[in-house]
Design a protein around this ligand. Structure first.
Ligand SMILES: NC(=O)c1ccc[n+]([C@@H]2O[C@H](COP(=O)([O-])OP(=O)(O)OC[C@H]3O[C@@H](n4cnc5c(N)ncnc54)[C@H](OP(=O)(O)O)[C@@H]3O)[C@@H](O)[C@H]2O)c1
Length: 316
């Protein structure tokens, strides 16, 4: 895939999207931040630090705060709406085609936007349709919706593109089989596949499929979500960081872009937000050392198995 990088300006890398829907800035900021005030402050800090790609979701229940933060920044006049690539996601309880447009409009309204750059289906699992985001039976088991397929929901997203409401559409929390299934049947091909990925979960097979088919793989939890065992303490990462005079986080983020993925990282700490934007290209041998020298394999978020979001608690 042809990506646009200017010299060592790795942080400004953009990856072209299929369907003529523009390009996605590779370095993205995620807004899965539980506290509403932290969400506002972090979103503003991310835009001010230089991030031009924001990821949100109706499930995060903070689109309103993300919208407020963006508006405050846009009103200052230095950054315009069209300078920022904004994504959000359709939740599992809204997979029925007749619910998609309403859910999309509600997200847009909360974000105070009139179009989206990218709309993702948050997970391939349809839950019972309704306002309850996490429907459970009397035994606490998730109530799924068997009356609908992912392709039915995908068709409804294609209509949003036809209507010019969002520029690109994509999938999230899917494996390579699901990605192929939708890719083969789709009229408008997925532009982005958004999955957990970092050196402990490189998803090489999915990345290869995406690269062969013009899809951008967007890696979430690019720093391993601070989960144990901590990716940022991995000796391969820390030794490269010392060698290139960057922080372990900057090394992990640079690796993600240099191997050909877009990424999402999150922080509520202003200094880390700046640090995470201030990345530089690693020497090729360091990229290879991470790709080949790290053999730990770990998934930190179990959402792909059930559609229920959440990082897996691990003992410290
Ligand atoms: N589709 C899905 O199912 C799904 C699931 C999960 C996440 N996501 C998306 O992906 C985004 C990113 O995921 P993530 O939160 O796991 O990202 P991450 O960047 O891997 O992890 C964030 C954690 O790393 C810490 N951190 C950030 N920068 C750091 C640095 N420079 N040095 C040390 N620690 C640092 C943060 O701490 P502080 O905040 O305390 O600074 C926070 O605890 C989310 O916001 C969301 O948009 C999607």
């Amino acid at each position: 895939m042809e990506t646009t990088t200017e010299g060592d300006n790795l942080r400004y890398t953009k990856m072209p999207l299929n369907n003529g829907s523009g390009a996605i800035p590779a370095l993205g900021f995620g807004t899965l931040i539980p506290d509403p005030i932290d969400t506002i402050n972090a979103t503003k800090a991310a835009l001010e630090a230089g991030f031009r790609q924001l990821d949100s979701a109706e499930r995060y229940r903070n689109e309103k705060q993300v919208g407020e933060a963006m508006q405050e920044v846009f009103k200052e006049g230095k950054i315009k709406r069209e300078d920022v690539f904004i994504a959000t996601k359709l939740w599992n309880s809204n997979h029925r085609p007749e619910r998609v447009k309403t859910a999309f409009d509600a997200s847009l309204n909360r974000l105070q936007l009139d179009y989206l750059d990218l709309y993702l289906i948050h997970t391939p699992f349809a839950f019972r349709p309704g306002e309850e985001q996490d429907p459970r039976d009397e035994n606490g088991k998730v109530i799924y919706d068997d009356g609908i397929t992912l392709l039915d929901t995908w068709r409804a997203l294609e209509t949003l593109v036809d209507e010019g409401r969002c520029k690109a559409i994509g999938l999230s929390d899917v494996n390579v089989e699901k990605t192929k299934e939708i890719f083969e049947s789709a009229r408008i091909k997925p532009a982005v596949v958004h999955v957990e990925s970092h050196p402990y979960l490189p998803e090489w097979e999915l990345l290869e499929f995406c690269h062969q088919n013009g899809i951008v793989l967007q890696a979430f939890a690019a720093l391993g979500h601070s989960s144990e065992p901590r990716l940022l303490d991995d000796p391969v990462i820390t030794s490269i960081a010392k060698r290139v005079n960057k922080t372990p986080a900057q090394v992990a983020l640079a690796w993600a872009i240099q191997r050909g993925t877009a990424l999402l990282t999150t922080s509520k700490t202003p200094s880390r937000i700046k640090e995470n934007f201030d990345i530089s290209a690693l020497p090729e041998d360091a990229v290879q050392e991470i790709s080949k020298g790290i053999t730990t394999r770990l998934r930190f978020n179990a959402v792909v198995e059930t559609g229920v979001p959440g990082f897996i608690p691990r003992g410290k």
